[in-house]
Design a protein around this ligand. Structure first.
Ligand SMILES: NC(=O)NCCC(=O)O
Ligand SMILES: [Zn+2]
Ligand SMILES: [Zn+2]
Length: 484
């Protein structure tokens, strides 16, 4: 059965044009004028864009003594409701656990996904097993991106020697290194001092993670990645100090990307000073929300291209879970939601304000990350042969964000009360309509794993350059005989 999206304007990362889009067997089969199909979807007044890709989610993640509440079912339902058609979640090995055993747990959880998904893995410890597993995972499991936590001391954090070992291994296998860049040693010490001084509320979470801890770690990761010869993707870039390090690296020709979150772009640190403890605790995440100057820096980065992708880091905990941290801010589970709101919030605060063009919106919500992850043009494109992961975007459709009407399973929304203009009329996942004018028609288990091969062009370019510029002994004449 074929479906035709009629009367819309196709918007991709580089083109805007009027055309109908025909879909059959889950892929785009034709793009052009006056197409006919068994079923027709009216896109009058709408943009037909690649569905969003959120490269940073934590669904049903074991963390800080609990599990994040949105799982692959509710999380991907929320994603589709907001125009996102693919998520990339982090499979986390426990200390000492093999990567392959950790992956089995994520394979089991993800069978409930409503939209397509892929995995990054985290390197949470280092040893011969991880050295060997990386090869197996990259060569046989379709995963080429590996996150390293430079924070969460005593839990997920890895040290510089582990970082360097892992980065070197990824460089030779054609992987990409990801970092959560905060100096975990400094955060631990600042946290202990704040607690000892009686600073126990959620605002102390922000005090314990100033921009310097992020700027320092981002710069350190960039330098270590450069020495290892691996491409680097910095997740949840939240401040000017980190952006500055990324900007400088890019100007020097290093292969580095930065990923701001929609939360950091649109919410600020005043949330932590709210008189209501629950309001503030619900917004505790790492890095914390920053001030307006940092927000401006992130927007400037998206406009100039020094920052590449907007994600959510969707890691949703209920108010009840947040209450674990009453009397000790270090026990508040770190994380916020955003999957349903990323695209409407970015359109409202980016496109409607003139900070981004619709094409730039597509680039930072979908196409750029599809290229970085090496799944373009299967994803992130409106091209014949590409997966029909599409959003028919109505720029005039508006709503007020509310936990009452959201898909996420938690009991609040950090964007509560914000008005958005720009919402999906239809969201299609591999050609199947999952959302029609706010009505949810998702199918649990419809989502498929997206395998991503290693050794992209970026890795090849980097290793070619590294090889050309590697240290070599100087060929000399006139060397005196030894022992003289
Ligand atoms: N970001 C956050 O606070 N929670 C999720 C885990 C992580 O990405 O650090
Ligand atoms: Zn992180
Ligand atoms: Zn995260």
């Amino acid at each position: 059965m074929s479906t035709v999206i009629k009367n819309g304007t196709v918007v991709t990362a580089d083109l805007t044009y009027r055309a109908d889009v025909k879909v059959e067997g889950g892929v785009i089969t034709e793009i052009g004028p006056d197409l006919r199909g068994d079923k027709e979807l009216d896109a009058s007044g709408c943009y037909v864009m690649p569905g969003g890709i959120d490269p940073h989610t934590h669904l049903e993640m074991p963390f800080m003594g609990t599990y994040s509440t949105d799982d692959f079912e509710s999380g991907t339902r929320a994603a589709l409701a907001g125009g996102t058609t693919m998520v990339v979640d982090f499979a986390l090995p426990n200390p000492g656990e093999s990567l392959l055993d950790a992956l089995k747990r994520w394979d089991n959880k993800s069978t409930r996904a409503n939209c397509d998904y892929s995995f990054h893995m985290a390197v949470t410890w280092w040893g011969e097993q991880v050295f060997d597993d990386l090869k197996t995972v990259i060569e046989t499991r379709g995963i080429n991106t590996f996150k390293h936590f430079m924070a969460y001391k005593g839990a997920l954090m890895v040290n510089d020697d582990e970082l360097f070992s892992s980065f070197k291994r990824l460089a030779e296998l054609g992987g990409t290194a990801l970092v959560h860049a905060e100096n975990g040693d400094v955060v631990a010490e600042l946290s202990a001092k704040l607690l000892a001084e009686g600073n126990v509320g959620p605002e102390a979470h922000a005090y314990s993670r100033p921009p310097q801890v992020e700027g320092e770690a981002t710069n350190r990761a960039i330098m270590i990645a450069d020495m290892a010869g691996v491409p680097l993707y910095v997740v949840h870039t939240s401040c000017e100090e980190a952006h500055e390090a990324i900007r400088r690296a890019k100007m020097q020709g290093k292969r580095v990307w930065g990923e701001p979150l929609i939360q950091h772009l649109t919410l600020d640190e005043s949330e932590y000073f709210h008189h209501d403890w629950e309001h503030a605790a619900r917004r505790v995440m790492s890095p914390p929300f920053r001030n307006k100057q940092h927000q401006d820096s992130l927007w400037n980065g998206l406009q100039s291209g020094t920052l590449s992708v907007v994600a959510t880091d969707h890691c949703a905990f209920t108010t009840e879970q947040k209450r674990h941290g009453v009397g000790d801010f270090t026990k508040i589970p770190n994380g916020t939601g955003g999957l349903e709101d990323r695209m409407p919030m970015l359109w409202t605060h980016g496109v409607n304000t003139g900070r981004l063009t619709p094409n730039e919106f597509v680039a930072v919500t979908s196409t750029n990350i599809a290229k970085i992850l090496n799944c373009y043009p299967k994803k992130g494109a409106v091209l014949v042969g590409a997966d029909a992961d599409l959003v028919v975007w109505d720029p005039d459709k508006a709503k007020v964000i509310s936990a009452e009407t959201q898909q996420s399973s938690i009991d609040y929304n950090v964007f509560e009360g914000k008005e958005v203009r720009g919402l999906p009329r239809f969201t299609l996942t591999r050609g199947t309509v999952a959302v029609h004018d706010g009505e949810i028609q998702t199918q649990e288990g419809h989502g498929k794993f997206v395998a991503r091969e290693a050794n992209t062009h970026v890795n090849k370019a980097l290793s070619t350059w590294k090889e050309l510029t590697a240290p070599r002994p100087v060929e000399r004449t006139g060397i005196p005989p030894t022992g003289v």
